[in-house]
Design a protein around this ligand. Structure first.
Ligand code: TYD
Length: 206
């Protein structure tokens, strides 16, 4: 059986990637392409518990602790869901994957080489065939959040750092990344996503 393809969606908070990931999975299904839509963090049984810890803002933790927990979540995800689906010939559409760790935990000051080692360990070397970066400005992320205190909490500086990390990743891995303007109307982005996938994988539509 032909191995499936892995497509990740990446972007800063509120970049609209979850909607686009779902639309792509639905569309592939309509084309008769078997597909798994999944996300990080929290898609495996253990991952659900890890997600609660990771998203609990009240819990004090070190940046490296977060990186290790995201890696643990990713390893469970790869082994229990992603690899079996790829082996069964499915498309796997993943809402966040290893680049999220490089962008976010990198933004907390952890060395990128260490994060790459953690990612390689967690994924057993698995890389997406295509990564779609939904690019929005940190200001748009703030507006979509609708909370004026957001900028004052220091989160905006962090989001700027995360956005810069994503831009750098997309530039240094141009073969794998496609950058889409997430400020465009959602229906237009959906069209661009489909066009990109058709161009990258010419088996669709044949
Ligand atoms: P989530 O509620 O799933 O939001 P989103 O729709 O933005 O994906 O929150 C996930 C949060 O976890 C998000 O702020 C990004 C962060 N994150 C990391 O910091 N590192 C990671 O490796 C991953 C997968 C997510």
């Amino acid at each position: 059986m032909k191995r499936g393809r892995l497509i990740s969606f990446e972007g800063i908070d509120r970049s609209g990637k979850s909607l686009q990931a779902k639309r792509l999975a639905d569309w592939l299904g309509e084309q008769g392409q078997p597909c798994l839509l999944t996300f990080e963090p929290g898609s495996s049984d253990i991952g659900k518990q890890l997600r609660k810890m990771l998203l609990d803002k009240e819990l004090v933790r070190q940046p490296l602790t977060c990186a290790l927990l995201f890696a643990a979540d990713r390893h469970e995800h790869v082994k229990s869901r992603i690899e079996p689906a790829l082996a069964a010939g499915k498309w796997v559409i993943c809402d966040r994957f290893r680049d999220s760790t490089l962008a976010y935990q990198g933004g907390q000051g952890i060395d990128e080489k260490i994060l790459e080692q953690l990612n390689d360990l967690a994924c057993e070397g698995l890389q997406p065939d295509l990564s779609l970066l939904m690019r929005i400005s940190p200001q748009t992320s703030l507006q979509r959040h609708g909370d004026n205190d957001y900028f004052e909490t220091g989160d905006c500086d962090y989001m700027q750092q995360v956005a810069a990390n994503y831009d750098r990743l997309a530039t240094s891995h141009q073969q794998r990344f496609a950058v889409l303007d997430g400020e465009q109307p959602p229906d237009l982005i959906t069209e661009l996503v489909r066009k990109t996938v058709i161009e990258r994988f010419n088996e669709i539509g044949k």
